[in-house]
Design a protein around this ligand. Structure first.
Ligand code: ARG
Length: 459
């Protein structure tokens, strides 16, 4: 049986060239809209009944027919293995085949233009909820890890040069914050996705007294679109969604890069679990962080979808144009890629091992406490610029001697400033260096502990 019968055959005398039919078809990918297409069709059916276009009996047959199409599809693996122009024509043809004449009334007062916009919004609303949930699971993994490692420190880097010691948990919470914003952004996009286009027809609206508000309620839309022309031609929400995904991928790729770096022999801070690493087919000693490399790499492909969508939409005349069929693969793949990356990143964090000693060592070697010494001088009344200069000289001395600042003798130090006294050594310890960053948002252990509690609450 074929469901490839055209929805628009009447005006045509010639047949479509098979190569164009293949080119024109979106069925290979828009079958993902199958379930939402049925849901929207059921709502449309009810609206047609409400408008007096369908008898109760017809509406009942149609709804039952649409429901059994859903059931058929779940029980038959090869259900979609046949040519069709798109998911909309497929479902309609199947309905007519199943219930006969009443099925031919389904498309009354509707166009595929408002239908596909409705389907895509329904699908995306769900995809947004799933994306947000995945991001939340990752936030949970971040917090679990941070809470387990309250004592762990690592060097904070700027310019990838050792800067100041930070708590590992503080580093974790930086990524937590990015995901907070990501989820807020998804929620923002969701608001604009959750608007019903159905009832806009092909461009001008519908001539049947369909209760659009009732359709919106049935499908869980927050409002109905105000302008039929805009409703069928608007794909801003696709750009917004893929942009939100892109920023998630920016964040995941930054984390991936840090994990890859910290898992090198040179850094040796982290080790990835065997569950998320691979070996080399040639070099037996290798353990490669493929999971994180792929997340880093897949970011580019999600960015590509934003560009593709913008380029497709740019300068498109109103209203619907077939160009817009290109929207779906971008949106689907952005979702799949981002959701997959969130899932794998979560797994990496859940199974990550830390070399705490090495991390601590790295945080205490390289004069990361130099700022502390300058702050010490400031507290003794020295202007910061002068203190900076003095400590710079102390650093030079320490480099010359191959020691840390705290290993210089008091004599050496006093030659640079007579404000330096014996109590300076105390402020150079790792504990002090951390503890002094005690303002809100800083890495002092008590602040980080509080930040962890509020992060938990947020979840
Ligand atoms: N497959 C089409 C799409 O994805 C559905 C809408 C087609 N509408 C039309 N008038 N040809 O955009």
């Amino acid at each position: 049986m074929t469901h490839d019968k055209k929805l628009w055959g009447g005006r045509f005398t010639g047949a479509v060239d098979p190569s164009f039919a293949k080119f024109n078809s979106s069925f290979a990918f828009d079958r993902r809209l199958f379930e939402v297409d049925i849901r929207a069709s059921i709502a449309h059916c009810n609206a047609l009944h409400g408008a007096g276009v369908l008898t109760a009996d017809e509406a009942e047959q149609m709804v039952a027919g649409l429901q059994s199409i859903l059931d058929e599809a779940t029980s038959q693996a090869d259900y979609f293995d046949e040519p069709a122009e798109d998911i909309h024509s497929f479902v309609e043809a199947r309905l007519v085949e199943m219930i006969g004449e009443p099925g031919q009334k389904l498309h009354t007062g509707r166009s595929r233009n408002d239908q596909v916009a409705t389907d895509l919004r329904l699908w995306l609303r769900d995809a947004i909820d799933q994306s947000s949930l995945r991001a939340k699971e990752m936030q949970r993994a971040i917090l679990d890890l941070a809470e387990k490692e309250m004592e762990t420190v690592l060097p904070g880097y700027t310019h990838l040069q050792r800067a100041q010691p930070i708590l590992f948990a503080h580093w974790c919470l930086a990524y937590f914050e990015m995901l907070v914003r990501d989820r807020e952004r998804l929620l923002e996009v969701r608001k604009r996705v959750n608007v019903l286009p159905l009832g806009s027809g092909a461009i001008a609206g519908t001539s049947f007294p369909i209760d659009r508000e009732a359709v919106a309620r049935e499908l869980g839309f927050e409002s109905v679109s105000r302008n039929s022309i805009d409703a069928v031609s608007d794909r801003d929400f696709c750009v917004e969604f893929t942009s939100a995904c892109s920023l998630i991928m920016v964040h995941l790729s930054r984390l991936a890069e840090e994990i890859i770096l910290y898992a090198t022999t040179e850094f040796g801070f982290f080790e990835l679990s065997d569950a998320v690493a691979t070996g080399s087919s040639l070099m037996p000693q290798k353990k490669n962080p493929d999971s994180m490399e792929l997340v880093r790499g897949k970011a580019g492909r999600v960015f590509g979808h934003v560009t593709a969508l913008l380029t497709t939409l740019k300068a498109l005349p109103l209203a619907y144009n077939k160009d817009m069929q290109e929207d779906k693969e971008a949106v689907f793949d952005a979702f799949d890629t981002t959701a997959g990356s969130l899932e794998v990143s979560t797994l990496v964090l859940q199974t990550l091992s830390l070399n705490r000693q090495r991390m601590r060592m790295a945080a205490t070697k390289g004069r990361l406490n130099a700022t502390e010494l300058a702050d010490y001088l400031v507290r003794k009344g020295v202007p910061f610029r002068e203190a900076h200069e003095t400590v710079g000289k102390a650093v030079l001395k320490a480099i010359e001697k191959g020691v840390e600042l705290g290993e210089l003798s008091l004599d050496d130090l006093r030659r640079l400033s007579n404000k330096l006294e014996n109590d300076l050594f105390e402020c150079l310890t790792l504990e002090q260096t951390l503890a002094t960053k005690s303002q809100f948002g800083g890495t002092a252990p008590e602040r980080v502990a509080e930040a962890l509690v509020s992060a938990r609450k947020l979840l």
